[in-house]
Ligand binder design. Sequence first.
Ligand code: CTP
Length: 410
Amino acid sequence: MGQSGTGGFACQNAILGIGGGIAAYKAAELARALMERGVTVQVVMTRAAQEFVRPLTFAALTARKVITDMFAASGEETLASAVEHIRVAQEAQVLVVAPATADLLAKFANGLADDFLSTLYLAFTGSVVLAPAMNTNMWNHPATRRNLETLRGRGHTIVDPEEGALACGMVGPGRLADPARIAAVVLSALGRPRDLEGETVLVTAGPTEEPVDPVRFLSNRSSGKMGYAVAEAAAARGARVILVSGPVHLSPPAGVSVVKVRTAEEMRAAVLQHLPEATIIVKAAAVADYRVKHPAAGKIKKSEERLTLDLEPTADILAELGRTKGERLLVGFAAETGDPLPEARRKLASKHCDMMVGNRVDREGSGFGSDDNEVVLVLRTGEAVALPRAPKREVADRIFDHLLKLRDAS
Ligand code: CTP
């Protein structure tokens, strides 16, 4: 789709598709968040969506007529104005659908085109962001899972629903993601530079598991979300991405090669294997510092005796990379309780990194498991940049912004 310019500035146009779900009203917040950031929003509502919210709400919010159906050229709506709406839609760089119902996901995945939104989807060539919302059983249904895989495989960004109490009375995943989070993903898709083209970014993510016996292991609370966001951001900016991932419950971002590992030693082997190809390395994984020296061959049985595990240190992968990195850019993470700045500075120096991301993990709404993060970037120049709390995907983009600036300056 074409980029149109006004006075030298690129126009940022988004189409907001609204499906028929109880969360349709939350799309108003999303529209407002985008408009506040200077994005022109053209709303398209399905027939079912209009059962939940009146188009007038969105017309008033966006100061534009809402496209309600393919053949809605009735009343004051003329064919000319319908054509105008379609033109506006075609100028958009991003199509965001929120809420994306199970029905819409199925239509998009299978190429059905029986209303304006599904027809537009097929004709659209820009970035697609889908924010599903539905009942937990529908979300978990194999048909929906398969449709989501298909859509992810096409490179679309899925903003996963949140867990919580749903309108139907169930508790579980299915609630539309926070509109601010969806807006951040759309803004990042709109501003997406392709400044990592030609780079190979090696990312590590998630925890490691160190076996104690065949049924037990030592691990930590890392969810992998930060590392996966880094991989997604790098791929969106044109990089080839290799994601070495510990055991996590996340779907890999589209277009990323994933190498699954379990232990710190497996992670080290995978990183060293792919090191020759990498130009940028981001070590977001929470690697175990110790492992059991001799894991038991059979299940350890309970007894009245105290049990002592003999732990030995694992290899510090980041420190090893710091010694051998050459021209590569190396980013580490320092997960800390309390102010992360002093430790981030110390680890940057001791592990010879170009950037250390100081990450506070003992605060609600930031760190392990959270969708947001609040970090401080310490650069090899000694500069420290404190970033405001933001969705992990946005934090990932800021990491690459500063990393590339660092390289350009040297
Ligand atoms: N790291 C690594 N290999 C290890 C341990 C850590 O590559 N065996 C990397 C992590 O991926 C992260 C960075 O080192 O990028 C810092 O990890 P962190 O656990 O914060 O630091 P440690 O050096 O392990 O220090 P401590 O646990 O004492 O804070």
